[in-house]
Design a protein around this ligand. Structure first.
Ligand SMILES: [Zn+2]
Length: 104
């Protein structure tokens, strides 16, 4: 299996589903489930019941995890969805945009 090459704070675009085309920042990555949570994407609405008397119930909107294969990294330099390449620079490995070659 491929490793998820998406990291927290990456900008991604959704490739399929009801949020197709939406862009957002990755809030968290769950490598075990191969899922990511993206800001403003895949919002799930939950009705919350009041737990105590006098407490108000309500609707909570929260991002639900989605499969990492459904999102693609967006290059902050050329602003296009791109695949990530790797380049060795000195003794560190850097991630580069396969479209414009910028380090991202
Ligand atoms: Zn680029």
């Amino acid at each position: 299996m491929n490793k998820i090459n998406i990291k927290k704070d990456d900008l991604v675009v959704v490739l399929s589903g009801k949020d197709k085309g939406k862009q957002g920042k990755v809030l968290s990555v769950m490598p075990k489930d191969r899922k990511v949570i993206v800001e403003g994407v895949n919002i799930a609405t939950r009705h919350v019941k009041p737990r105590k008397q006098g407490e108000e119930g309500g609707i909570v909107k929260k991002e639900a995890p989605l499969y990492a294969c459904k999102v693609q990294r967006v290059c902050p330099k050329c602003n296009k969805p791109t695949r990530i390449g790797h380049k060795i620079e000195g003794d560190k490995k850097v991630r580069i945009c396969k479209k414009c070659g910028a380090e991202i």
